[in-house]
Design a protein around this ligand. Sequence first.
Ligand SMILES: Nc1nc2c(c(=O)[nH]1)N[C@H]1C(S)=C(S)[C@@H](COP(=O)(O)OP(=O)(O)OC[C@H]3O[C@@H](n4cnc5c(=O)[nH]c(N)nc54)[C@H](O)[C@@H]3O)O[C@H]1N2
Ligand SMILES: Nc1nc2c(c(=O)[nH]1)N[C@H]1C(S)=C(S)[C@@H](COP(=O)(O)OP(=O)(O)OC[C@H]3O[C@@H](n4cnc5c(=O)[nH]c(N)nc54)[C@H](O)[C@@H]3O)O[C@H]1N2
Ligand code: SF4
Ligand SMILES: [Mo]
Length: 706
Amino acid sequence: MDLRYRACPLCEAICGLELRYQDGRLSAIRGDEADPFSRGHVCPKGNAILDLESDPDRLRQPMQRVDGKFVPISWDAALTLAGERLAAVQREHGDNAVAAYLGNPNVHHYGHTAYLPSVLRLLRSHNVFSASSVDQWPHQLVAYLMFGHQFLIPVPDIDHSDCILMLGANPIASNGSLMTAPGIDKRLKALCKRGRLIVIDPRRSETAQIASAYHAITPGSDALFLIELLRCLRRLGPARLDHYAGRLKGWNDAWRAIDNLPDLAVASATGIAMETIEAIAEQLWSAERPLVYGRLGVSTQAFGSLCQWLIQLINIQLGQLDQVGGVLPNQAAIPVTGPGTARGHYARWHSRVRGLAEFAGELPVAVLREEIETPGTGQVRALLTCAGNPVLSTPEGRALDRALAGLDFMVSIDIYINETTRHADLILPPASFLSQDHYDLIFNAFAVRHVSRLSAPVVAMAEGERADWQILDGLGAALAAAKQKAWNPLPPPRQLIAEGLARGSSGLGIDDLLAAPHGLDLGPLTPSLLGRLETASGQIECAPELLIADLQRLATQPAPRTGALAPGSLSLIGRRDLRNNNSWMHNAARLIKGKPRHQLLMHPDDLAARGIEDGGRVRVRSRVGQIETEVRATLDMKPGVVSLPHGFGHRIDGVQLARATTLAGASINDLTDAAELDAPSGNAAFCGTPVWVEAIAAATAPGIAH
Ligand SMILES: Nc1nc2c(c(=O)[nH]1)N[C@H]1C(S)=C(S)[C@@H](COP(=O)(O)OP(=O)(O)OC[C@H]3O[C@@H](n4cnc5c(=O)[nH]c(N)nc54)[C@H](O)[C@@H]3O)O[C@H]1N2
Ligand SMILES: Nc1nc2c(c(=O)[nH]1)N[C@H]1C(S)=C(S)[C@@H](COP(=O)(O)OP(=O)(O)OC[C@H]3O[C@@H](n4cnc5c(=O)[nH]c(N)nc54)[C@H](O)[C@@H]3O)O[C@H]1N2
Ligand code: SF4
Ligand SMILES: [Mo]
């Protein structure tokens, strides 16, 4: 038995894994007890790496689509062809005619994160998209506007707080997010013992179930709740601003804008009584180290940026921004803020069709389909996807699916032929992550402690395989040659990681990391924000114009999409399960066994009102599409709200995922609406899509939905 160690790349928790090799073969995976941060934690997905590694559907060599079938092609021929075709489209139709979409796993692989920017610079296209605009853009935009850098995002100090108000996050299922905290169940249970965890969610989520208190909220109404909470806090006493002496700009302006709002009918819009909001304010105010944290459920909504801004204002009012036990930015060993990093920028260009602002060099992915389908100068005719499955992951996925079929050329860096990559002319699959050097650039920087670790290769790369960074380097070189531009290849990961460490102040070098295969704990978070502000004023911008303006939109639309607006409709939200990973791990036998997890969750009263039986098959319609699935009755849902997990609904046609395609379930993103966005950021507003649910007569019900 041979034990090898590496960080898990499957979610934000970056758990240390102990990989057991028997006769050179990976035979078992455990949590690494010696990892000072994750201390032995592992979840079912970590174990499912065994399935991923041996999955016969996983691509091991480049594939070319010829007459509708994928056939192997050599690396050299594939890269040259990709470079030539992309360059040809740009020559004929302009730089913007080639788009790029970067999915979530990019941030989990150093070979993607560190090497993609050079390829994108060479592409020079305005049409760059990523999973960030269906996820955390409001966090990044608010950090950019208030603190001057898109990644200067304060992290909740969950191990030291004594009262956390959590909105729109379900870390017991998601393992944390923009808060890298492996083994979060233990951390949250410890919090509940020493203090309070208060959860605000339209569903009594797995996290709500262990919380000290839970309050059901109407989807999309959190901004109203947060405004009322701020007002309640002010009634309890003066803001605790001593800590920020002279460094708060526009604090009074922010309050003036909030005071000028008309009556927002908060209790009826949110479904949370005023006395409850007052009680929550009192609990936060009287705690020693309170904090407010809001994540996906409050980012992917119509006022996502306002929510993230209001959360920061509340943390300031409590005196807990940049305080131990409050929220404070991590000082990562490889810095993601400061000199030489991408601060972000806003509205330097706009999307061609809808005129939406760019943020940090990207456009909202909700416009990708219209940019492909709308004729005219700058129309998107070719696409590069890298580790993304936008057909299942972005709003109106089914329509995007159809649009992808009409592209002149598409190349995907991916390990599977799935709903998105089946449209590619070329698929370039990287070697197993186990064979590559890796450093978690992003998640070390959002961890709840200062940690650092190099994951060195634990197996050799198989003959003929290429690492992530080699594929991107090869693609860049081929594209540069075809465009007759220079290509300056970056050094291999280990050298780049060493250079990154040298830019930071941890004093660590690559040898220190090599000598610590279980990772290093560098201590708790400490205040640093005030010294790191990158705003032009050098202060915390409390009243950014863009957000103050959005308050007006809120004022004129005080009950956003409560469902009451559309007769008979219900409000649709999403969910995650410990056994799925966005859209792409359903081919793992270990994860799909057991009870079904795809159903539409619905309150029994809503079922009864529609004459639908628990377990029955239903048609769900929204403004943009419809799906069929099964319902499951549960008192955990707020009446009027229904929940579907995302990432299900694997298509059969052309998809090469033997297990995933047998799984029941439909895609929530066949229902979500690409017109519904958070206005300032352009982030998708998934939460609270109005839907109509009706029973399907048993006689016509097919057995299994795909
Ligand atoms: N309605 C609704 N929609 C949502 C969400 C929601 O909550 N509700 N959540 C949103 C969120 S938070 C996110 S992050 C997005 C995710 O959106 P995406 O990133 O577009 O989708 P994923 O399902 O993560 O797809 C990952 C892709 O990467 C490939 N892949 C996996 N590992 C590797 C690798 O090592 N290398 C390469 N090259 N490819 C790899 C997989 O085969 C798959 O094609 O979805 C969003 N969509
Ligand atoms: N097992 C598993 N873990 C994952 C992933 C996965 O797919 N599976 N994906 C990873 C990724 S990419 C991400 S970004 C993170 C996300 O991790 P989290 O940010 O924790 O997101 P979710 O688990 O989707 O939880 C969002 C919660 O918001 C609630 N919600 C929906 N609408 C509203 C609303 O209007 N208001 C409020 N207050 N709440 C609302 C939902 O009911 C849900 O409980 O998880 C990561 N970890
Ligand atoms: S919690 Fe996340 S990082 Fe840890 S084992 Fe599971 S998927 Fe991997
Ligand atoms: Mo995400």
